[in-house]
Design a protein around this ligand. Sequence first.
Ligand code: SF4
Ligand code: SF4
Ligand code: SF4
Length: 293
Amino acid sequence: MEWEKQSEILLNRVPFFVRKMVRRKVEEYAVSVGAQTVTQEHVHAAKQKGRPVGPAVDPNDRFSVIRRIENIPADQESIPMYAVEACQADGIDCPMSVAEGHRLTEQIHQILEKSGLTDFITNSVSGPLLPHHRFKVSISSCPNSCSQAQIKDVGIIAQLKPKLNNGECSQCGQCVEACREGAIALQDEDPGICLDAGQCVYCGVCIRACPTDALDEEEGCGYALYLGGRLGRRPRLGEKAADLLSTRQLLAVFERIVSFYTTHAQPGERFSHVVERLGLQDVAAGIELPFRP
Ligand code: SF4
Ligand code: SF4
Ligand code: SF4
């Protein structure tokens, strides 16, 4: 539905986390009065009618604010205090994807469900529970990190490591052209190219660009792990804690992260705060990371 410029300006004054819901409510109102374009009058009228408002805040319900922000009905008792977000790779068949995200998302969900994390956070936080109290996990199916893995408590990014095969390179230079990191160069000696591991982000683009078998995948995809990111009042970028973990290693480490969090968090602390307070080295030792980058 179209919005007049002034009505868009009014909408943009609404906090971003409820903007989508407000847009929907105002459009519902505009349609109900037979309009095809949203004007500022519709925004004001919808506001006066109290339409862009979720369930009322109940001081006896600690989930009240979350219900209101996320429009969760009052009779839904169980509200998870964790969130797992994946990039859209599987849904849009993204050509950059180096791993299937659905299965991993499911496995991470299962670990969180069994972990008792919702009860832990509910008991650890005093007062109303807010969306930012949630333990946030993000999964991206390639290093472009569209799901913003670096600003979540735990960020997981799929990677593909190129393997160089001797005697196969025609020195066409297509991989050099395709690599946005400048991590590949041609060389006279076998295998015909050289890879700068310090520059490589393991995106796998060069492998797809190569017309011969000179570049291959090394043992399928792996995962980079970022720990300790968040947005909010005091934002913090997650720190890279590992590269190229296998799926088995990643899931085992993830279970240890949840357990480490529940045993080391002070009341009300998010995992990101725990990483900040203890430092990545101690956290990495505590969760027994198989290796560091
Ligand atoms: S993170 Fe990569 S795979 Fe996922 S949607 Fe973005 S570009 Fe595609
Ligand atoms: S995997 Fe990506 S970053 Fe690494 S060399 Fe290939 S194209 Fe460059
Ligand atoms: S590795 Fe493949 S793409 Fe790169 S120069 Fe050799 S043949 Fe061409």
